[in-house]
Design a protein around this ligand. Structure first.
Ligand code: COA
Length: 180
């Protein structure tokens, strides 16, 4: 089997590595232009641009308030998505989780759930964070299940906060507290 390329956190079916400049071209760019795929998020409202991608990459590479990792499918070695901890608050030891499996044919195979488990384990064991939280649109079943499998608990509901196609959706707040 081909060696893993720059592995950082290794799971059974995927591994996570740092985002690299070469990732900025290719299908990664299009994940954020996909109207169907981005229906649960605020992506694909404005067109993606190289400028935006570069600004995001530079912010992540230089700072200590975001940790963004590429999700790589172990079998195919494809870069299939990203997972990140954002707004890391070192004083109160919490961060916000975001994930996208941008390659649609790679969804539903347990890869997203494994990425969530790997990154939250790293957040608690190595970054010494205490709490990871996120908001998820109430009808985003795959995301809610992936988070629940990693131990996230629902802690509240923001009513009518997401407007799409003339319908208001609730957003569920979820969080995971460190076991350590
Ligand atoms: C949310 C997302 C990251 C999940 O990744 P994934 O690799 O597809 O998820 P997994 O295969 O690990 O599945 C997680 C759970 O959801 C279930 N699931 C997956 N696709 C599903 C679907 N279309 N309908 C219902 N359940 C589904 C899986 O069965 C699994 O639950 P189970 O183990 O209890 O059976 C991915 O779907 C995605 O990128 N979506 C678009 C972006 C997004 O919504 N990001 C999250 C914003 S909060």
């Amino acid at each position: 089997m081909k060696d893993l390329y720059h592995p950082f956190l290794v799971g059974e079916i995927i591994y996570l590595r740092g985002l690299e400049e070469q990732d900025l071209v290719g299908s990664y760019f299009q994940w954020f232009n996909d109207q169907e795929s981005d229906v649960f998020t605020n992506h694909a409202v404005w067109p993606n641009s190289q400028k935006k991608m570069r600004a995001f990459f530079d912010k992540v590479a230089d700072g200590r308030s975001d940790l963004v990792l590429a999700i790589i499918d172990k079998a195919s070695h494809r870069h299939i998505g990203n997972i990140g901890l954002h707004d890391i608050n070192w004083q109160h030891r919490h961060a916000k989780l975001a994930i996208i499996v941008g390659e649609k044919d790679m969804r539903g195979g347990g890869r997203g759930a494994e990425a969530v488990r790997l990154v939250t384990g790293h957040a608690f064991k190595r970054l010494n964070l205490h709490r990871i939280h996120l908001g998820v649109r109430e009808d985003n079943t795959p995301a809610r299940r992936a988070y629940a499998k990693a131990g996230f608990q629902e802690e509240g509901c923001l009513r009518d906060v997401f407007l799409s196609g003339g319908t208001y959706y609730n957003v569920i707040n979820m969080s995971l507290i460190s076991p350590y």
